[in-house]
Design a protein around this ligand. Structure first.
Ligand code: WQD
Length: 338
């Protein structure tokens, strides 16, 4: 079965391509290389010994999307990662985010609607919940007004898919709401490649430990949490990747109960920033240079997943620990700086 993975050379996309190939799927990647490098294709091939087909297409160009689906009529499934994802940047450049994160979604869905049967997996985010009133967060938690255009594009994206699936009997979809993906493939052939200064915690930690960054700034230690720092649900990117294959198989086997389903994909455990730092120091033996600074605007206090639905309905749960993820992140950082 031939599957299109858009943004398939990106951090999460590349790990999903590996797991799809491991399960025998034929994969076509579309990526416009705006936030990924072609070397990732070699990394994937080094792991699976199968080079996925790659096409450098900007999905904002509707005629190119139509031409692609005409050329690959045998694609029956799409896993859609291609999008801009920097929360802060989205506040500065809202129109870029609305165009890049929504127009390609429309064009792909228009093509899938024409098919006799199609399966669609959407990369969504726990960002849609904002600061949830109850923890752990279930899929029934209300979507709060988005705090950034990025978060808004995930909320709007889910609504677009839901409305489309309602009127397209041949199209079924699942949105996976990720918590915080971290780590890298155990082979260190693929991993996170942040461009410029990392916004996310774990790449900043590994770049500080390797000496690329002087010091980690911990954004606030005055939150109402166990140690005053924010709590998140850090999930190993390989566990997250496997959730995509499980979700795709659910649709292929028609096991979905509604045309559009949503699952929270997390470990179900919350870890504070200081706990992540301590875990990193424990697994690597590296002493991390950090300082406490002011809070970062827009941060929620705590977010971690209720994993009941993913476990009982999707039939997926995490297998890897925070320490496994941090160990793999460190191995990857050392590999790419060697
Ligand atoms: C985690 C914690 C920071 C960097 C992001 C995206 C979100 C989603 C998941 C896409 C927070 C603290 C961080 C640093 C720090 N991605 N921190 N110093 O903000 O939970 O969510 O990833 O869907 O959209 O925003 O992740 O890694 O940025 O921050 O203290 O240098 O680490 O304050 O408490 P976040 P993060």
């Amino acid at each position: 079965m031939k599957i299109l993975v858009t943004g398939g050379l990106g951090y999460i996309g590349s790990h999903v391509v590996v797991e799809l190939q491991n399960e025998g799927f034929e994969v076509v990647i579309i990526d416009n290389l705006s936030n990924a490098s072609l070397e990732v294709l070699d990394g994937i091939t080094a792991i699976t010994n199968k080079q996925p087909t790659f096409e450098n297409i900007d999905l904002r160009d509707k005629p190119l999307v139509t031409a692609f689906f005409k050329k690959h009529q045998d694609i029956t499934g799409v896993i859609h990662f291609a999008a801009s994802k920097a929360v802060g940047e989205s506040v500065e450049l809202p129109l870029l985010y609305y165009e890049n994160n929504l127009n390609p979604l429309l064009y792909i869905l228009q093509e899938l609607q024409k098919k006799a049967g199609a399966h669609f997996i959407f990369s969504s985010s726990c960002t849609v919940y904002g600061q949830a009133d109850e923890l752990p967060i279930t899929e029934n938690a209300p979507m709060k007004p988005a705090e950034s255009p990025y978060g808004n594009t995930k909320q709007i994206g889910e609504e677009i898919i839901k409305d489309t699936c309602k009127v397209s009997p041949n199209l079924n979809a699942i949105a996976l709401r990720y918590f915080n993906p971290i780590g890298a493939h155990e082979t260190a052939n693929i991993g996170e490649l942040p461009t410029g200064t990392p916004q996310n915690l774990v790449p900043f930690i590994t770049q500080t430990a390797i000496g690329l960054r002087q010091q980690l700034s911990v954004f606030g230690k005055d939150y109402p949490t166990k140690d005053g720092t924010c709590i998140r649900d850090y999930i190993h990117v390989v566990d997250l990747a496997k959730a995509h294959v499980t979700a795709l198989k659910r649709l292929i086997k028609n096991k979905n109960t509604t045309p559009f389903e949503v699952f929270n994909i997390g470990t179900g455990k919350g870890s504070s920033v200081l706990e992540v730092i301590a875990a990193f120091e424990a697994v690597t033996g590296e002493k991390l240079n950090y300082k406490i600074v002011a809070r970062r605007q827009g941060d929620v206090i705590a977010a971690y997943a209720d994993t009941t639905k993913a476990k009982n309905s999707l039939g997926w749960e995490t297998k890897l620990s925070l320490k496994d993820a941090l160990r793999s992140a460190w191995k990857w950082e050392q590999k790419i700086r060697s």
